[in-house]
Design a protein around this ligand. Sequence first.
Ligand SMILES: [Zn+2]
Length: 267
Amino acid sequence: MERSDYPSAQGQLTQLKSDYQVEVLADWGDGGGEWQPGTWTKAELDKLHNQIVLMAGFMGGNEKFAQNLGGVTVRKADMGSHSGEAVAHHVSLSTRGTFSAWTVVHEFAHAWDAACGWRLSRRLEKYTRGYTSPLLSYMKRLARLSDSGFLDAENKPGRYGRKPGCNRAGYFYGDRPSGSNWSFNRVEDFAESVTMYMSWGRGNDLSNWAEARIKRYLLANGTSDKNFGTDNWTDYAKYFYPENGDYTKTRRWQFVDELLNGRMEIR
Ligand SMILES: [Zn+2]
């Protein structure tokens, strides 16, 4: 944070707190007359702010956002390879490089789920007709029906562990998520589903990324994608590519729509 941005950044912190009950732990400041820049940039604070405004809009306003998440403290932290982490009322964003707008929404979706005792992701799992079974996952790997190694994903096309149940959690996702990998589980599914819902076809900061996530399955097997690397994309289309390429046709889009528009009881 530049010293010249200090006044407007302070104003933003006050606003985030009063409008959304979001408290950003500032690591910048004027410590004894000497300016401490910290790890945040003004652009990052703006990015965080903008995505919170976006989420609140989908939730039906500031108060609803504050009510759903029950207050959130945001801090920067070094979390190794993770770009963000979240539990109830706490979101951490990586100090290693910058974070994306996508990460902000994804982590706040986790915080929302967590504040509801992780019930939202359970509801999503059920709604999409998915299930979690480490035993069936084990058997699938034993029978060599898995697109992963036996104990972990392999770092090569067609072996990243994207098929249903081929992940650490034994999560057999239902319907068509926008992607899956070895870390996928119902909690990640919920966070990605919320983020996809708020981006798909909306013309906002996240929309290009949402579109790229779906369009990659139109690529030929072995094609390298600039964002997602190389994989056997065509083979995976049947698991992830929505009907007519329209993500709003998926059950998880419907689920988030019902959840956000009050057609589903949350607590
Ligand atoms: Zn996540």
